[in-house]
Design a protein around this ligand. Sequence first.
Ligand SMILES: C[S@@+](CC[C@H](N)C(=O)[O-])C[C@H]1O[C@@H](n2cnc3c(N)ncnc32)[C@H](O)[C@@H]1O
Length: 199
Amino acid sequence: VADDRDVAAFGRRAQSYDSGWLGRLHSEVAQRTASVALSVTPQPRRILDIGCGTGYLLRYLAAHIANAEAIIGVDAAAAMIHVARARATDERVDVLNSSAEHLPFHDGAFDLVLSTTSFDHWHDQEAGLRECARVLDPNGVLVVTDLFSTLLLPTLVGKRRRKARTRSRAERLAFDAGLSVVGWHPVQPFIRAFVAAHR
Ligand SMILES: C[S@@+](CC[C@H](N)C(=O)[O-])C[C@H]1O[C@@H](n2cnc3c(N)ncnc32)[C@H](O)[C@@H]1O
């Protein structure tokens, strides 16, 4: 499990993460991401949410996709997983303390993989996208929502200099991971979702 300062900070915020305006923003982003995903793959059966936090998106998907068989979340912060597990009431939902870079699932295990506002925090985005491609069914779909804008180019300095915060960088990383970005969708100002599939 990744153990960097970002993840430790998320762990400390786990109990209060869903409250206030930031909590509302995250739930709006999650709902919009779910509608983007369901517009491209209306009946997913095996779903993975990477960086699931407190599990809001998992619960939302469980309430909206009657035919899903498994709705799994992973998060690098153990405290987030404790909260998500305590709040999960649907038996199809399960959560694991694991990182995007090392997903504990077999090849092709999911037909929908999502991630909302987590990608920017991944320690190794390239390795994470390779793992997404590996666990994605050959006909599966990946939906990643995060900050993507050329206006963020000035922020790409220091330890953030290799981050994929623009569409072109994200598309290049996805391509190198064996995926092809097939669409971009607006979610909130500066926040966009990309949809990718095996190339
Ligand atoms: C901004 S929060 C978003 C949580 C949730 N997806 C949401 O939209 O509310 C980012 C989450 O990503 C997790 N995270 C950071 N790096 C990760 C990694 N490499 N693998 C898995 N989860 C990670 C953090 O622990 C945190 O819970």
